[in-house]
Design a protein around this ligand. Structure first.
Ligand code: TYD
Ligand code: MG
Length: 451
């Protein structure tokens, strides 16, 4: 019998150390190691010996999927849910994960395909309340307040659901392990148990995972590599727009996004996203620019706002919401180096409107334009969009799907676009847009700040 000992696990990245350390050697954060008991592992050869199969003898798995009933989610899933798969839906508390999954449950549940909704987070009454608000009364949805994952297989036998929703993975546990629910050990063991259930049946399991303040799933990396599909639910709580982002997908593309809007009656699919983003825009003010970005497989026009103000205290602040902080620092550094802007004496705040997190490198130009506009305190032309990536040497790099980006701009009423050098040749001349090619960063700065 092995001894039941303990180890120290980083609550952020899952790194394990035999003794306590002040700083995690893996992720570098301080004071994140927590003591957790080690699950007892005894050498066990009692199961049947499995044959090793030749590749030629393996039957092909059926490759069908069933739709979730919500088109934007199916888009991210790659067409629907694959039987026997495990999906992780991560997001901030209150963003709408439970709402989305209840709506999915309603679309899927039928006498032939029941849905089991296991909630360690809310009571049956609370879920009922949400269901009433959404107008959902589907009798094929079964609710369960059980938190012990080891008992799950009993319910699976009783109810025989096609879809099992576990809300959330942080509130369930495996009773044979002494760590508290939500600890790394419990997350890992519970997920492993669920994965086993998913692989041995044709059921689909969806896990809800809460995201920590730092923006990673609590106990993040551990879960991400265990599951088949990872989807993040992003957005700002006080803004109705929501974005589903595929991070990992064993059955399809990973860079796809889905767009939803939270309404009084649950989540609705968004058919014209650029419209929503731009509806909030006040184009007469300085510091606002529109980036022709591309998310997943579709173009998206997004407004970027910058505020550049003299630094009051000793050091200049850089704050970004909706883009990576390092990316902002980089764009500022490139601007400073090229033209001797004294941004070192200015605070720079940057915000992407709509609560979207902008990853597309082609938004660099829009971000730089917003900063320049605020620095000079001059509004940009209201009918201008920007698409281009900034190189470290101050070069403007070409971007993929330029034509699709610009078509979206035309659709939204824009008349002019600043694009990377040489791009105009490749574009359809009938685009109906004045194309302004930028030679280099100096040229860009001139064009943005003149007129
Ligand atoms: P919820 O699904 O509980 O979030 P999560 O499971 O991610 O923590 O959503 C909570 C928020 O959504 C809450 O602030 C209320 C709001 N909401 C609506 O605006 N409309 C609705 O129809 C529903 C059900 C919720
Ligand atoms: Mg919830």
């Amino acid at each position: 019998m092995a001894k039941n000992t303990t180890r120290f696990v980083c609550k952020d990245c899952g790194y394990e150390a035999p003794k306590w350390l002040g700083r995690c050697p893996s992720c570098g954060l301080w004071n994140t190691l927590r003591e957790e008991s080690l699950p007892v592992r005894v050498s066990d050869r009692s199961g049947p010996k499995l044959p090793a199969l030749s590749l030629a003898d393996i039957p092909e798995a059926p490759s069908y999927r069933f739709p979730s009933g919500i088109g934007e989610l199916d888009r991210v899933l790659g067409g629907g849910m694959v039987p026997g798969s495990l999906i992780l839906l991560g997001g901030d508390p209150g963003i709408g994960k439970s709402t989305l999954l209840l709506q999915v449950a309603d679309r899927i549940a039928s006498p032939r395909k029941k849905v089991l909704y296991l909630s360690g987070e809310e009571s049956a009454g609370q879920i009922r309340l949400r269901a009433s608000r959404l107008g959902i009364g589907n009798p094929a949805i079964y609710f369960l307040a059980e938190q012990n994952i080891e008992r799950l297989d009993e319910y699976l036998q009783d109810i025989d659901p096609g879809l099992v929703i576990i809300d959330s993975i942080q509130t369930v546990y495996v009773a044979s392990i002494s760590s508290i629910p939500g600890s790394i050990t419990q997350l890992r063991e519970s997920t492993a148990k669920i994965m086993e259930l998913a692989k041995t049946t044709e059921r689909v399991f969806v896990l809800v995972g809460h995201v920590t303040k730092e923006g990673a799933l609590a106990g993040p990396k551990v879960l991400e590599h265990m599951v088949d599909v990872v989807i993040y639910f992003e957005g700002e709580k006080n803004f109705s727009f929501r974005l589903l982002r595929g991070i990992k997908n064993r059955f399809g593309a990973t860079d796809e996004i889905g767009l939803l809007e939270m309404s009084g009656m649950g989540l609705r699919e968004v058919l014209d996203p650029s419209q929503i983003f731009l509806s909030l825009r006040d184009s007469g003010v300085s510091g606002s620019a529109v980036a022709a970005s591309f998310e997943g497989s579709r173009p998206l026009l997004i407004e970027v706002q910058a505020l550049v103000a003299p630094t009051g205290l000793g050091y200049a602040r850089r704050m970004a919401s909706g883009i990576d902080q390092n990316r902002l620092a980089l764009i500022i550094a490139v601007l400073e180096k090229r033209r001797g802007f004294n941004l070192g004496a200015f605070d720079v705040y940057l915000k992407v409107t709509g609560g979207v997190f902008l990853r597309d490198p082609a938004a660099d130009l829009g971000i730089a334009a917003a900063i320049l506009s605020s620095y000079r305190d001059k509004p940009l032309a209201a009918d201008m969009v920007f698409a281009g990536e900034l190189g470290l040497a101050g070069d403007i790099r070409p971007v993929p799907f330029l034509e699709a980006r610009l078509k979206e701009a035309v659709k939204m009423g824009f008349r002019r676009a600043m694009v990377p050098p040489g791009a105009a040749n490749a574009l359809n001349k009938e685009l109906g847009l004045e194309i302004i090619e930028i030679k280099n960063l100096d040229d860009f700065i001139d064009k943005v700040t003149e007129g």
